[in-house]
Design a protein around this ligand. Structure first.
Ligand code: SAH
Length: 467
């Protein structure tokens, strides 16, 4: 390891493109075009501006369940439990009426069906208490013909709001804050936004709560920038919920299904919250991806890092790194870590998170993971372990092709979508990687989604035929 490996980056460091292509060792060139981000750095391309929610990997609760409802219909009476009153219209929890035990069995079956052709599928890790696990809650606002203000979720494929007061998978405090905001709207003369006409102001409210720290972020998403009596509104909300750590106004004036717009103003607190995972503290801003189930995420990361088999000598890539959580948790056991992530805000958080946790052997690049790996491969860069944690769509073929060329000793592939994971395993195994095992984790009780870690080992010899 070179003397420069512990090079400290400071909040003020502005990196030139040349320096940004160097590793912590300071002498190896990193892929052209990738940027190690500095905190002062201004925004660049549209691709990098893409808000995290657009490419978010945590399953959208309203998307198609992984396990089909046909299977659910075949349930015995003993596998059923009382149904949620809005289950059908909300569409978030495909398994709300299924006992937790049976849910786990169904997810195990689904993962086995897809991944058993490659390896042994270990028993799924479920939750002791599968309720109220979601640390991020999003509500859309509307009003009825008689003027009654409602908040909840969109009925699938419509702009009709299904009222939800409290939900069995969402954080209870977050639900209470949303209810109270709804109650304040009339006295502050704040109109709810109409998605069809574009008339009105309040579009959505997003609440995030740090599981370990209890810190709370409230994001008010408005259709236009001015919130009437802003200071009084903030004061009144804080009076009802003094536990709120930060309040942000986000402006989204586009006709879009995206929740958050580009422009944000912090109206109270620091504009971010912190949470602790695996003993490390993470800063989370409104647009950054952060796993929604903290209890299961700790177990998931611990297993992923165990499967990486780190001894302290390895060069590790954390691909699709988000705010740097996996890489930062693994850094103490590696020689150096390189994180790559497309979302600029997340990379910014990642840089600060590394500093906050005194990890000096980790660097982050704001780039497309496929392009980054391709250039690493082209420049003859080496890596010992690659963590892969892509969105639902899985890895691009360019990424997989480059990983095969870089030939890490180990790949630890974490996925929330076993279909695309199976597709990518097919490519990797066709190119010589061996799959050691699959470890499912139930990070999304009552939904049809499941998270799975797969460990792959290096090919004995590179088979170039499909590259
Ligand atoms: N590993 C992180 C984040 C996983 S979510 C965690 O556990 O929290 C997947 C991440 O991939 C998101 O942060 C998303 O912004 C990012 N992403 C999506 N497409 C990407 C691409 N083409 N290249 C790099 N990162 C991408």
């Amino acid at each position: 390891m070179s003397k420069n490996s512990g090079r400290k980056y400071t909040e003020r460091s502005r990196l030139t493109s040349k320096r940004s292509r160097q590793t912590p060792e300071g002498n190896r060139r990193m892929p052209e075009g990738s940027r190690r981000i500095s905190i002062e750095r201004k925004q660049t391309s549209d691709k990098q501006r893409k808000p995290a929610d657009e490419s978010r990997r945590s399953p959208d609760r309203r998307k198609r369940p992984v396990v089909s409802s046909a299977q659910e219909n075949g349930l015995k009476k003993s596998d059923r439990q009382p149904i949620c009153p809005v289950m059908k219209k909300c569409g978030g929890c495909q398994y709300r009426n299924v006992t937790y035990e049976r849910q786990l069995a169904m997810k195990q079956e689904q993962v086995s069906k897809l991944l058993q052709p490659f390896c042994r599928v270990y028993p799924i890790a479920g939750m002791e208490d599968p309720y109220h696990y979601r640390n991020k809650v999003h509500a859309v606002f509307d009003h009825l013909k008689d003027g009654t203000i409602i908040s909840g979720v969109y009925e699938e494929k419509t702009h009709r709001v299904v009222p939800v007061d409290d939900c069995l998978v969402e954080d209870e405090k977050a639900d209470a804050i949303i209810r109270d905001i709804r109650g304040m709207l009339r006295s502050f003369k704040i109109k709810t936004y109409d998605e069809d006409t574009g008339y009105g102001l309040l579009r959505h409210v997003l609440v995030r709560r740090g599981f370990a720290t209890g810190q709370i972020m409230v994001v008010l998403v408005l259709g236009s920038p001015i919130l009437p009596s802003k200071n009084n509104f903030v004061q009144a909300l804080r009076k009802l919920h003094p536990e709120i750590s930060t309040i942000i106004i986000n402006v989204n004036n586009k006709k879009t299904s995206m929740v958050l717009g580009e422009k944000e103003t912090v109206v109270y607190g620091k504009g971010y919250i912190e949470d602790v995972l695996c003993g490390q503290t993470f800063r989370i801003s409104s647009k950054s991806f952060y796993q929604v189930n903290s209890v299961q995420t700790e177990k998931l990361y611990a297993k992923a890092i165990e499967l990486a088999g780190l001894s302290g000598k390895e060069r590790v890539i954390d691909a699709y790194c988000g705010i740097g959580t996996i890489g930062i948790c693994a850094a103490a056991r590696a020689r150096e870590v390189i994180g790559v992530e497309l979302n600029r805000d997340a990379v910014r958080d990642a840089v600060r998170n590394a500093k906050r946790n005194e990890k000096k052997n980790i660097l982050f690049y704001n780039a497309d993971a496929g392009e980054f790996m391709t250039q690493m491969a082209a420049q003859g860069e080496q890596a010992d372990v690659v963590f892969v944690d892509p969105p639902r769509s899985g890895c691009s073929e360019a990424f997989l092709r480059a990983v095969v060329r870089v030939r890490p000793a180990r790949i630890v592939y974490i996925s929330c979508y076993p279909e695309t994971q199976a597709r990518d395993l097919k490519y990797l195994t066709a190119n010589g990687f061996r799959v050691q095992g699959a470890y499912p984790y139930d990070c999304f009780p009552f939904t049809g989604h499941v998270e799975t870690i797969v460990q792959l080992n290096k090919p004995k010899q590179l088979q170039t035929a499909n590259i």
